[in-house]
Design a binder for this molecule. Structure first.
Ligand SMILES: [Zn+2]
Length: 646
């Protein structure tokens, strides 16, 4: 057990890869383009009503601004966006990738949001709702008379998203996580004071539940309430002698326990067939991040670590596509039923955001490299793949059905759950590249970046779309600061890697999937060069023996299918999805080999990389297809999986 492994701070690492850097700036630009008063409108309205303001004072307090529209922000889930927004701003504030103007703007925006929330919370002092912060719409007089009505409904098991409650605890998780992040990342002390007061409101609520109410609450999506409450507990515990701390912070831990769904945890760990069938994926994943959080704050709770590990294995083993994504129309299906469920509504983006979050934290507590392999694969092929690289807008679903296209939000039209996780994703692209432990640094992912540690700076240069070489330079300020480097051996390499220190080829020791470059070997200012040989790999599906996807190194490839069939249609509650397939069938007939197996075995002969590009021409079949890296396919319809036959 590697108890001291931890991710390096977001502030210490700058991503220098130009595509990732552009992705960050696009996201920051879009976030700053939003009107903070419109994101705050619901919070101010609720607080003003609690304070008994008349209509005129309320309008003034709201700066005469309304909530955004689109069905979510002006619905009963309204306010969830603010939570994501605050968290993403906090991440942006410390992101060294921002220029000075951006840094100033995001800092001012974050402070504005936190000050406004503190002001809202102040309005509740002395009322029956002290500490409460919420921004959802108040559609009838009943909601105006009782601003916590959604929580009351949930306790009665009533959850109609239009007439009763649309997952208020899910929204509360986003709000509290945002406040925690504003303190943890950006050092905003007021945010912690607000979080603590909100935490007390939450603890009061949880402590009052009857057994039946408790069961009802757990039966309705509540995000990672356990995770954010353990986090708040841990923040208070770690600075227990600080004046900011809420004295009775053990209550936050107990409140977190009340969101630990132990019956579900035990059911997953017991295993069996089709356990996750028909469960809502993004409701379930955060519950297990919460289980892991319990272990993180209390290392004796080893059962909870096991629950998270078992769940992760179940999802990645039986429910996951090559991009790292899971689910169909937001739900897990039966075990290993993936080909049969390739549609226009696979792989909700929140799910991959959450699975990466869990995988990074599981790596930190176990040291097991498989979690890092998952993170790299999913970051590139699901998260980077979620952005329109012209507008910066992001996906909800990512279709695995061949011939559909990605559909993106608009700036002020779609405040989906995945829009909010999109803000978070692209403001922390440096997360998970490096981990540190005692006297070693783990290079977990090969992404061009500069890491400024105490006493040395590590510069990593690589771009696998151009070369399979990674160059690492270590500039040492204090000789005593230097550490051993643990280089993750990528799961996708084909052939023997080569490691050079300066000009000399070395044979580094291999340890649990990592090359160890001991500190004595590290040349000051000199370079370590590693070549990770790349090639094409073929990946079929458990229920689609001849249905294959291709990867080149870490990149999932998808066929480019043109723009003629890019149409959208409404889906679910105010979501938009791809409406039309650009192909009549997913069938590809092999003409160059006698069997599908022989074709896949010799794939490097038939999927030919075109000079100077990341395009690959498929030959030896009846279909002319050009594949390319999937992460930056956002203009055309695409096909990852195809059914091959002879
Ligand atoms: Zn989502």
């Amino acid at each position: 057990m590697n108890k001291n492994l931890k991710p390096i701070s977001l502030a210490s690492c700058k991503v220098t890869d130009s595509y990732y850097d552009e992705a960050l700036h696009l996201q920051v630009k879009n976030m700053l383009a939003l009107d903070p008063d419109r994101l705050l409108a619901g919070f101010r309205e609720t607080a003003g009503i609690i304070a008994g303001m008349d209509e005129k004072s309320l309008t003034t307090f709201m700066n005469a601004k309304e909530r955004y529209g689109g069905g979510w922000e002006n619905g009963l889930i309204g306010g969830h966006t603010l939570g994501h927004y605050v968290k993403a701003l906090a991440q942006a504030v410390v992101n060294p990738g921002l220029d000075l103007k951006e840094q100033k703007a995001v800092k001012e925006r974050l402070d504005y949001m936190i000050n406004a929330l503190a002001e809202c919370q102040k309005k509740t002092v002395g009322s029956a709702y002290e500490g409460y912060l919420f921004g959802a719409t108040l559609p009838t007089q009943e909601y105006v008379d009782n601003p916590v009505l959604q929580f009351d409904y949930v306790e009665k098991g009533m959850s109609d998203p239009f007439k009763q409650a649309w997952v208020p605890w899910y929204t509360m998780h986003k709000i509290l996580s945002g406040l925690n992040a504003a303190y943890l990342y950006a050092g905003n002390e007021k945010a912690l004071q607000v979080a603590n007061k909100l935490g007390v409101w939450i603890a009061n609520r949880c402590e009052g539940w009857t057994e039946e109410q408790h069961e009802n609450v757990l039966s309705i999506e509540y995000g990672g309430m356990n995770d954010c409450l353990y986090e708040l507990y841990e923040i208070n515990r770690s600075i227990a002698d600080n004046g900011l701390v809420y004295g009775d912070f053990e209550r936050f831990k107990n409140a977190a326990h009340s969101f630990d769904e132990v019956a579900l945890f035990k059911k997953i760990s017991a295993g069996g067939n089709d356990i996750l069938n028909d469960t809502h994926a993004n409701t379930t994943i955060p519950k297990f991040i919460g289980a892991l959080a319990r272990y993180e704050v209390d290392n004796s709770a080893t059962d909870y670590l096991k629950y998270a590990k078992d769940f992760f294995d179940m999802v990645t083993g039986k429910h996951t596509y090559i991009t790292g994504g899971n689910s169909e129309n937001e739900h897990f299906g039966r075990d290993n039923i993936l080909n049969a469920e390739r549609t226009n509504t696979n792989n909700e983006t929140c799910n991959t955001y959450n699975m990466i979050k869990m995988a990074r934290r599981l790596y930190a507590v176990t040291g097991d490299k498989k979690y890092l392999d998952y993170c790299e694969q999913t970051l590139i092929n699901a998260i980077m793949a979620s952005q329109n690289h012209t507008t910066g807008f992001t996906t909800y679903f990512q279709p695995m059905g061949t011939g559909f296209q990605k559909v993106f939000n608009t700036l002020e039209g779609n405040f989906w759950c995945c829009t909010g996780t999109g803000y978070e994703n692209f403001t922390k692209l440096q997360d998970g590249i490096y981990f540190e432990e005692d006297d070693r640094l783990v290079v977990a992912m090969y992404l061009a970046s500069v890491y400024k540690a105490d006493g040395y700076t590590l510069t990593l240069d690589c771009d696998f779309t151009k070369s399979d070489e990674v160059k690492i330079r270590v500039d040492v300020k204090e000789a005593s600061a230097i550490v051993d480097l643990y280089l993750r051996i990528p799961h996708w390499i084909q052939g023997k890697p080569e490691v050079k220190v300066g000009h000399s080829v070395v044979e580094p020791k291999e340890e649990n999937g990592f090359f160890v470059i001991s500190k004595e070997l590290i040349p000051t200012g000199g370079e370590i060069t590693v070549r990770w040989p790349m090639g094409i790999s073929c990946h079929n599906l458990a229920d689609g023996e001849d249905t294959y996807a291709f990867c080149y190194g870490p990149y999932v490839l998808s066929a480019k299918l043109g723009t003629k069939h890019i149409k959208i249609k409404p889906h679910g509650i105010d979501v938009v999805v791809a409406a039309e397939k650009s192909v009549d069938s997913d069938d590809v007939v092999i003409t160059a080999e006698a069997t599908v197996d022989a074709f896949m075995k010799n794939i490097s002969k038939y999927l030919v990389k075109l000079d100077g590009s990341m395009d690959f021409e498929l030959t030896g079949t009846n279909k002319k297809l050009i594949f390319t890296t999937h992460y930056n396919q956002y203009k055309e319809s695409y096909g990852i999986y195809w059914n091959y036959s002879v």
